[in-house]
Write a protein that binds this ligand. Sequence first.
Ligand SMILES: [Zn+2]
Length: 159
Amino acid sequence: MIQETKTFECRVCKSTNIIKNGTNRCGTAQYHCKDCGTYRVLSPKPAYSEMNKQTVLRAGLERCSLRGVERIFGITRQTVVRWISAHIQKLPKVADTLLLAFPDDVLELDDVWSFVLKKDGPRWLWTAMCRRTRQIVAFAIGDRSKTTCLRLWKAIPEE
Ligand SMILES: [Zn+2]
């Protein structure tokens, strides 16, 4: 029989005066360093590669639910939301992606609603779509009030 003993040290101060300290939400073992007082994961998982990130983002773009992505790839949905948020920050603004408008273009205004987290917090997505190009030229998210409608109205580009 071959036995291997592995000695862990604190990742902050390199001390070996550490004790087990349960697990985190994902079930990964944690330690507590008695010298510097930190609580860390015993053996951190390797960072996700850029290719994995792109695959997960593509699954999100294909409208796979966050919980679905979590189950398929084994990545917590908080991490997925963080990646999506970072991806959205890099995207161009809606106004920068629009095709040239013609003077006789007609905009169709519409609203759809859904709820966020709980049913007593409905949110309306107001959209303005160009009938010719089928592009969403402006949007506003909020309640179903005149204020949100005015925000959509002001978001519509002049040209
Ligand atoms: Zn330490």
